[in-house]
Ligand binder design. Sequence first.
Ligand SMILES: Cc1cc2nc3c(=O)[nH]c(=O)nc-3n(C[C@H](O)[C@H](O)[C@H](O)COP(=O)(O)OP(=O)(O)OC[C@H]3O[C@@H](n4cnc5c(N)ncnc54)[C@H](O)[C@@H]3O)c2cc1C
Length: 397
Amino acid sequence: MSLTADAIIIGGGVHGASLAFHLARRKLRVLLLEKKFLASGGTGKSTALVRQHYDNFVESALTHASWKYFVNWNEVVGGDAGFVQSGFIRTVIASELDALRANTAMHARIGITTKLITAREVKEIEPSWDVSDIEYAAYEPDSGYADPQATTLTLADAAKKLGAQIFQETRVEKIRADDARVVGVTTDKLGEIFAPIVIVAAGPWTPHLLKPLGIDVPIACERHQVASFILPKEVKTRVCCIDGAREMYFRPEGHNLILVGCGVGAKKINPDQYNEAIDDAHIEFSAERIAKRIPKMIDGLSQGGWAGFYDMTPDEKCLLGELPIQGLYINAGHSGTGFKIAPAVGLCLSELICDGAAKTVDISPLRWSRFQEGKMYFDAHPYSTSWHTGHTEKVKA
Ligand SMILES: Cc1cc2nc3c(=O)[nH]c(=O)nc-3n(C[C@H](O)[C@H](O)[C@H](O)COP(=O)(O)OP(=O)(O)OC[C@H]3O[C@@H](n4cnc5c(N)ncnc54)[C@H](O)[C@@H]3O)c2cc1C
């Protein structure tokens, strides 16, 4: 006999797990299907910064709503997401100081604890940093980072306690629709499963699942690397940082490591077949980068690293909401920054599915159809530099 459910979620990354939790909380019979194992996609490779500083309202509001989960994880979800409230600093290049001011003011209006601090104050927080290239930075004392596996697994456990069924090593081969209405999926192990609601949270595999239904979503897969270094004994560094001024991000790990992400990623990679190890040349590149901000890192020791993938969209923001087939929803295209918003996105999509509209945060600017409408989503004060832009290399070339 075929299985049935109220809602089927395709993909067991942090977004699928969050959706399973939130829909089960709304008393839907949820079934999550994961082709490999939980957190085996982009989620498992994430450095999992939980910063609230974005250059647009919707993502800042989503991160703030999610941050409230991370600081109260045991009460809200149960268990431990490994959240470390390390503090967070955002630097920018000199020409983006006005944008930094405007965005920080927007964050304060949302309720995020944030302020602009001078380079001298940055140095007081992080004495080992060279701050000669910055004038001001944004500082969020309450932000930090989490453990992506623990976050996903505790969400999945909480969903199961609420009655959700999770099937790993079960691949969805086809989404089934009848008269522009979704009716279920076909899987490799469980055959056909029927449900009036199907949510695709399949990261970079999403276009492949939607194309047979005539739905084209602009999600491309990029390889991005993370380098890990052992700190030399005189270096203590505590906060997470998106260092726009030096085009990298970094954060502490464990007791004595620092993780560094930087560099333009290789485009159009196959998420089922790519080099998951860090390139030797990239270790060198990352070491040079981090030594620009923390000069004593010149004596740091490489501890290797890894490569993961981002599911990129043209405006580097995710696609959320209902597709042109009734009952079929998308939650994908998180473009390398989607870990931290998973709790609030799960909540907002559960509101959309169960109540007809998301009320915690208006997610309509992230609707899938914005590209067809010729409307990318940018706020008034976008930054031109981040950790994966190549401004510095272009200037050097
Ligand atoms: C190196 C790196 C660093 C990052 N750093 C940060 C950070 O600091 N902060 C932050 O917020 N974000 C960060 N991100 C981004 C963040 O991790 C991702 O945006 C997020 O984890 C995406 O989650 P997801 O659930 O949408 O996708 P995924 O984790 O990719 O999950 C999709 C799942 O779908 C499954 N699937 C696919 N097709 C099928 C099918 N046909 N049937 C069944 N299952 C299927 C896959 O196996 C996979 O498990 C980083 C990402 C990387 C790679």
